[in-house]
Design a protein around this ligand. Structure first.
Ligand code: AMP
Length: 203
């Protein structure tokens, strides 16, 4: 399968995240998958890409032209897809991949995985999505999503849009055994409840 990994460009994050990116790249290659990612040769992206390639995986990098000019792309990719801007890059990654994994990262990574989950929620795609929760990095985001469910901004069934694990092998198990997501109506029909957070009532 072609697996798209969203991953940090930072090279300053703690070593545990670096090791996880390396382990994911290696596991993905061992299990015969291809990598699709943002083409960078820096930070966790570079570690992931080199590990996948060292294990024999085909690696496709997708990069917008303005980043390619700056020489940010890994020169040893199996294939490079250059898009005209950031939005078309995300679309290209989405179309090329059969599955998505978010490793720990910054705003770019958050934006990429949240867009994919939003599209899946709207029934625009049905592909496995995994949040690699290395060292609990994503626990705050998951708590925020759970709170949004609690406050009825997200339907509880959408908790199944993504799988959470800190294990690269389990991430791949989930992807390999994925079955269709049961779509549902995205929108709530009910009226607001009178009670807000912490029992605060509206007038
Ligand atoms: P961030 O998490 O903010 O470091 O952003 C990482 C994500 O945004 C990656 O998955 C890439 O798709 C994209 N990205 C950000 N910075 C770069 C870069 N220097 N080279 C290539 N892609 C990048």
């Amino acid at each position: 399968m072609r697996i798209c990994v969203y991953c940090a460009s930072s090279s300053a994050a703690p070593r545990i995240y670096v090791e996880a990116a390396r382990a994911l790249g290696g596991a993905l290659a061992d299990r015969g998958h291809e990598l699709v990612y943002g083409a960078g040769n820096i930070g966790l992206m570079g570690v992931l890409s080199r590990a996948a390639r060292a294990g024999g995986a085909r690696v496709t990098g997708v990069i917008p032209a303005f980043m390619n000019l700056k020489g940010l792309a890994d020169p040893e990719l199996s294939e490079i897809v250059v898009t005209d801007e950031m939005r078309s890059r995300k679309r290209a990654m989405e179309e090329l991949a059969d599955a998505f994994i978010a490793c720990p990262g910054g705003l770019g990574t958050l934006e990429e995985i949240l867009e994919i989950l939003t599209l899946k929620q709207l029934g625009r795609l049905d592909k496995p999505c995994v949040i690699l929760n290395t060292a609990g990095f994503y626990s705050h985001l998951i708590a925020q999503i759970d709170y949004a469910i609690d406050q009825r901004f997200i339907k509880s069934g959408y908790r199944q849009l993504f799988h959470v694990t800190d294990s690269p092998q389990e991430a791949l198990d989930h992807i390999e055994s994925y079955t269709e997501f049961e779509s549902q109506d995205k929108w709530f029909e009910e009226a607001p409840t009178s009670e807000g957070p912490n029992g605060v009532k509206s007038n």
